[in-house]
Every structure is written in structure tokens, then in C-alpha cells.
Design a binder for this molecule. Sequence first.
Ligand SMILES: *Cc1c(COP(=O)(O)O)cnc(C)c1O
Length: 362
Amino acid sequence: MNRSDSSSEKSDDEPPNPLNLEGLVSLNEIVEISGLSKKKVKEICNKYPIRIPRYYFSLIKERGDGIYKQCMPSPEELLDYLGEEDPLNEESKIEGSVPKTIIHRYPDRLVLQVSNQCAMYCRFCTRKRKVGDLRKQISWDEIKEGIDYIKEHEEIRDVLLSGGDPLMLPNGDLEKILKSTREIPHVEIIRIGTRVPCALPQKINSELCNMLKKYHPIWINTHFNHPNEITEESKKACTMLADAGIPLGCQTVLLKGVNDSVGIMKELMQKLVKMRVRPYYIYQADTIKGTKHFRTRVEKGLEIIEGLRGHTSGLCVPHFVIDAPGGGGKIPLLPQYVLKIDDEKIALRNYENKNYEYPQPD
Ligand SMILES: *Cc1c(COP(=O)(O)O)cnc(C)c1O
């Protein structure tokens, strides 16, 4: 359901299906389950596209649960007058200097946006301003300009393919991008950011894995936010990717009413590690327009890290970060473990709040 489809001849209860996704939830079902009027759902959808794979929808246990909130539209999306469309300044570029598809913020790595389509449009999306909008689709020429930019910048050793979702591209298109990126001598690693293993795990098949593994070293950061997203299907998808030799990480977003508790996060992190996915980041929710109702206080994230570190395997403890408004990049936050530090010693506390001292060298 995209704005540009609103004038098409499709019937109301048939969302547009440009990628031949099978099994999308229909507008009528969204209306029925949400209890919102059809008019309201359309109003939301005209501003922020809705797409829910039937598989993901089936994980909802009750209205308003952590799965429901991530995929189902809420009238609150239209009531956010304070948020900004692009608080991370991803779009602000000196005219002509950096291609539209590139976000170059760090010295040795950058983001190449290869699609604006996703398997599902998460209601809290950081790129809510443009995902799923058929008028903002990314062309081949724009991707090529991005790849040329990488070629010209020899300091770039790490390329993050993002979007939208790179794994929503036809395999052949993704392969062309991987191949031309891999041919650049200074590019050491290629990363793919994707929510497909979570939102549409059936899309991960041996054909895709066999293609990906030709372009190693490839790393994948996936995106799970709730333990109920970890199912036989998502486990199978992650296992296939891991068996293709791809190290898997997870970027989780801290979301009010979804995962803002130590108990839920601990269960999620443990389940991720069990399927060979290493938790990488927990993000403080960005100040994106239309997502205000998902934001927690920053203390909540610190409380979660405090509740993980020491209490469970270090493998289950990601970094908690704020992506700085204004485009300052990701800044890590830690609970205060350092009590005092001077020339002689450092005073520390551990996860049980017991105090320790470590002597400095002479
Ligand atoms: C997150 C991000 C990266 C990668 O950061 P890491 O901390 O290396 O994972 C690179 N570029 C941009 C613009 C990013 O937002």
C-alpha cells in the first residue's frame, strides 16, 4: 500500500505487490484487527506505507503486543508534531559531492542504499521518510554512482549495503552490486543490513546463500526486536546464512511497549545467540517524525545493559548506542562502572554492585 498506488485499479483489500511478495495482509484485515476505520488506515498508509507479510502477522498473539506494535499502523503516527523527518542528517549533502545512495559519515566505511523496499514497513523505521514510497525508488544509475564513489575513495574498506532492504532485490541485481563492490581492491568487507530473516524468513533459500558466499567476507546484521520473532522459520533462515559462512549480528531498537524491559531483552539476546546471531547494537530510538510513541527514556537502555552485563553471557550483551541527532554517528552509553580514577588506582563496581580497586602501574 503505497501512495502512488492509491489511484491504481487494485481493489481496496489488495495491497500493491510490486515485488510479487506472496501473502501480504490485506487492508480489510488490518481494519478488522486494529479496530481503526478504513479511512484512518488509508490516511496513515498515504503518509507512511504499510506492508505486513502474513508470516509476521501470524506472530501476533493479541492486539497491542510487541509484534502488533511493530507492524500495525497507529493513529499516533500522524500526531507527532515534534519529530524530524531526517534527524540524523542522512540526506544533507553538499550539492553534487556525494551521490544520493551514499551516507559517508565515518573515515573507513560508508552506507550504500540499494533499495527503498522492505519485506515489512516497521512503524518505527528510521527511514520512514522514504521507505516504500514508489516515487523514491533507487535507480541503477544511482547505485552505480554510489559504487563509483566507493572506487574513488580508497580509504573505504567496509561497505554497508542498506536500504530499505538489500535482500528484497532480485538475486541477480544484488549479485551485480556485490560483484562490482567486491572488485574494488580497497574494499575489505561487505556488510548487509536486513530484516528479512525476521520479517520474511522464507525468502532466505539455498540459491541466495550460494550466491552470497561467492563474495566473502560478507557479514550480515539482521534485526530482531522481540523474542516472539524467533521461530522455527527464522532459526532456519539464520542457520542457512551462518552455514554459508556469514557471521550474523543483530541490531535491535529499544521500543516502548515492545522490548523495554530487562526480561524481554535478556530472553531475546539469549535466543539470538542460540541461533548463532551475535547481538551487536541496541539503539535508542531515533527522533523520527511519526515514531514518538516508541521512544523510551535513555535510562531504560542503561538499565537493560546493567541487567544483561554479568548476569548472562558476554555474547548476549550488545552495545547500547544513540545515533546522535545532527549526524554525529553512534555514541555508546554504559552504566557507571567507574567510581573513581586517579594516578594510583581505579575504583570500580561490578554487576552485583560490589566495589573493587585496580592499581595503576607505577
Ligand atoms: C551505523 C553506520 C555505519 C556503521 O557503523 P559501525 O559502528 O561500524 O557498525 C556506517 N555508516 C553510517 C552512516 C552508519 O549509520
